[in-house]
Design a protein around this ligand. Structure first.
Ligand SMILES: [Zn+2]
Length: 85
């Protein structure tokens, strides 16, 4: 997978254990990481899950409103690449 990745590429998904919404750098796709909330070992999906901050599907006519996007942002925790990346 050598697709050009923009600096701002993120994947958003929901922790399967505690349902915390998490935002992760796209570089971490398909990697295991620790949930920032419950510390469970979770797998970052290849793409964002529907209904989260960065859905893979383009924003369509029924896309989230600005308020919904802001609400998603405020409840999503961003994780960073590990130091030993
Ligand atoms: Zn969790």
């Amino acid at each position: 997978m050598n697709a050009h990745v923009e600096e701002t590429a993120f994947i958003s998904f929901v922790c399967p254990v505690c349902h915390q919404e998490i935002e992760s750098p796209a570089d971490m796709a398909c990697r295991k990481t620790e949930c920032p909330t419950c510390a469970a070992l979770i797998l970052v999906p290849e793409g964002s899950e529907p209904g989260t901050l960065w859905p893979t599907t383009a924003i369509d006519k029924d896309g989230p409103s600005k308020e919904q996007t802001d609400a998603m942002k405020s409840r999503t925790i961003r994780i960073e690449l590990p130091d030993n990346w």
